[in-house]
Design a protein around this ligand. Structure first.
Ligand code: ZN
Length: 148
């Protein structure tokens, strides 16, 4: 398998075609917008938080395949967890897509599909935009974050 095929693993393409939790959440408690000017990705992440527990997570956006599928898989991964668990998941995910040593965190599960992204530094921002936006949404002040 060459690197580009590696990047667009089947699982990523499936999520692009059929994104999970791709909807506006009308009565969310928290939300934030993320923008990646390098690629033009724009997404909004919606959360329904109950204290520290993520009861629901969804997103809307106009973005590339990597960004949409990352947001789709992220919302699946963080629903029903605590903010702390999700932040730790993000740290592992960030290492997966940026670091060369393959010290694979077992909790990542399906998210390891994004491992090939690290060979494409510009794509790392696409893959992590949803996560950065999620972190921004958990802080009280809603705002637009950018990757630059
Ligand atoms: Zn992108």
């Amino acid at each position: 398998m060459d690197a580009v095929q590696d990047l667009y693993q089947e699982m990523i393409l499936d999520h692009k075609k059929n994104p999970k939790n791709h909807r506006v959440m009308e009565c969310c408690t928290h939300q934030a917008e993320g923008y990646n000017p390098l690629c033009g990705d724009r997404i909004t992440v919606y959360l329904n938080l109950n204290d520290n527990h993520i009861d629901d997570a969804s997103f809307q956006g106009d973005a590339c395949a990597i960004c949409i599928s990352s947001a789709s898989m992220m919302t699946e991964a963080i629903r029903g967890t605590s903010i702390e668990q999700s932040e730790s998941l993000f740290q592992d995910f960030h290492s997966l897509v940026t670091k060369n040593e393959t010290e694979r965190a077992s909790q990542l599960g399906k998210l390891t599909a994004f491992e090939g992204v690290k060979q494409f530094p510009m794509r790392v921002k696409c893959a992590t935009l949803a996560w950065h936006t999620f972190i921004a949404a958990t802080s009280e002040n809603s705002k637009t974050i950018t990757t630059e």
